[in-house]
Design a protein around this ligand. Structure first.
Ligand code: NAP
Length: 312
């Protein structure tokens, strides 16, 4: 069986940047992706906050170029779901649904996913009014109305960020009290642009190509209300912040993680297992963006190269 120098799990910006650096360093490199290259960024229609991306850049177009760039440097790509792994020792073994893979070093770049509401219409309208990232999408709602779902620190902080763009921000929370820290709550209550819809959950999101309305259920009375877009606007934004989940299930008990399941690394992206690195959103860190994921990937690949050199 072919033993790769480096296997990268995940073809989002972190994994692809790692692939680029590993490929350019002439390492035999394989990127394994479960479903679709790109990770969370492929659900973003426009990218304004990655350096060098101008008007026509979309998530898919940026990822497409990143994939081509790795191929130019001889990186192999395969679609497979890894179901088991053995990360200790000099040769790491990854078992997939279709095949088994071996490498001297592994970079885990499997990402994290926002927890969805799970209501009808949400999936279809993601990137068309439904968003899970205010930093990425707030600017598209300049002077529009937006709704934020959730009551934790993320929801309330992101709602405040959104007030810089939207003309009105309504927080939809399932209880009548926020979970967010008191200091964050106080700022939100003092902000005239923020309104609250208490004891409420989103039951359905509707729209033909763009969000046009949503059905809200009162958690106390069960009453359903339809919130429609302002006629002149025709649409509004729904930002969902009800928690994030790292895609780290497979590595539980194998690499060190924090209590939420994010993999702990040092600044060189090293995990607690020699030869195993983590990069991007799966890592315990403060800012999860394309630019930080790509930077992590580059560092992980260079460090994985050093690790291999030292072990040969
Ligand atoms: P979180 O603290 O888990 O809050 C999730 C919020 O979403 C809660 O208000 C929860 O309601 C609500 N929720 C959960 N499932 C829901 C559902 N199915 N439908 C409707 N609402 C639902 O998540 P987070 O805000 O993303 O924060 C994650 C962690 O990061 C927290 O530890 C937080 O303190 C930290 N964080 C810190 C900062 C900061 O310090 N500046 C900023 C962001 C995040 P309930 O309240 O009813 O459970």
């Amino acid at each position: 069986m072919k033993i790769y120098d480096i296997i990268i799990i995940g073809a989002g910006p972190a994994g692809l940047a790692a692939g680029l650096y590993a490929g350019r360093a002439r390492m035999k490199t394989l990127i394994i992706e479960k479903q679709k290259n790109g990770g969370q960024i492929v659900i973003t229609n426009e990218i304004e906050n990655y350096p060098g991306c101008l008007d026509e850049e979309t998530g898919p177009s940026l990822i497409d170029r990143m994939v081509k760039q790795t191929e130019k440097f001889g990186v192999d790509h395969v679609f497979d779901t890894i179901t088991d792994c053995q990360l200790e020792g000099d040769v790491k073994v990854l078992k997939g649904l279709h095949d088994e893979y071996q490498a001297k070093a592994v970079i885990i770049a499997a990402g994290a996913n926002p927890v969805p509401i799970g209501c009808p219409g949400e999936k279809e309208l993601t990137g068309k009014g439904v968003s899970y990232c205010a930093t990425c999408d707030a600017a598209f709602f300049e002077d529009f109305e937006v709704y934020v779902v959730g009551g934790g620190d993320s929801a309330v902080e992101e709602a405040m960020y959104l007030t810089k763009f939207a003309r009105k921000v309504t927080i939809i929370h399932r209880r009548d009290e926020l979970r967010a820290a008191k200091s964050i709550q106080e700022k939100a209550f003092a902000n005239d642009k923020i309104d609250f819809m208490w004891n409420s959950v989103v039951e359905e999101i509707k729209g033909d190509g763009l969000v046009e309305s949503m059905v809200i259920k009162n958690t106390k009375t069960g009453e359903l209300t339809e919130v429609k877009a302002d006629e002149e606007d025709g649409t509004f934004g729904i930002f969902v912040f009800i928690g994030f989940k790292p895609s780290s299930e497979l590595f539980k008990g194998k690499v060190a993680m924090d209590e939420k399941g994010y993999i702990i690394t040092d600044p060189d992206m090293k995990t607690d297992i020699p030869g195993v690195f983590a990069a991007g959103d799966i890592r315990e860190k403060s800012l999860r963006q394309v630019v930080t994921a790509a930077a992590d990937g580059a560092i992980a690949a260079v460090q994985a190269g050093k690790y291999i050199e030292e072990h040969e």
